[in-house]
Design a protein around this ligand. Structure first.
Ligand SMILES: [Zn+2]
Length: 103
């Protein structure tokens, strides 16, 4: 079997998974036999991909309507950190946001 060429990260919904390769992010459209059919996680984008035998392949006749999301995971971490601090600290959302942005 070929080396796995993608990673998985937790999706926004509990228990959901995003599949990522080359800074594009996909969710499962449907599993079928030995193939996972994926679609871009951006709802307005029609790009598709498949995972078969550990290899994610972008479906060549579909195209992303956007650039690779190179900051997607960093942004999500930042947002999660801010959300956590807003709940656990006394500072205002704006103070905490400004503090995180300065780092
Ligand atoms: Zn896309």
């Amino acid at each position: 079997m070929a080396a796995q060429n993608y990673r998985t990260i937790p999706g926004q919904k509990t228990g959901s998974v995003l599949y990522t390769a080359d800074s594009f992010y996909y969710c499962v459209n449907k599993p079928e036999n030995d193939t996972l059919y994926l679609q871009c996680h951006i709802s307005t984008c029609n790009a598709k991909a498949t995972i078969r035998e550990n290899v994610l392949t972008h479906t060549p006749w579909t195209h992303h309507s956007h650039d690779p999301e190179i900051y997607f995971e960093a942004e999500r971490e930042l947002i999660n950190r801010i959300k956590h601090r807003v709940v656990t600290e006394n500072g205002s959302w704006r103070e905490i946001y400004n503090d995180e942005i300065r780092r």
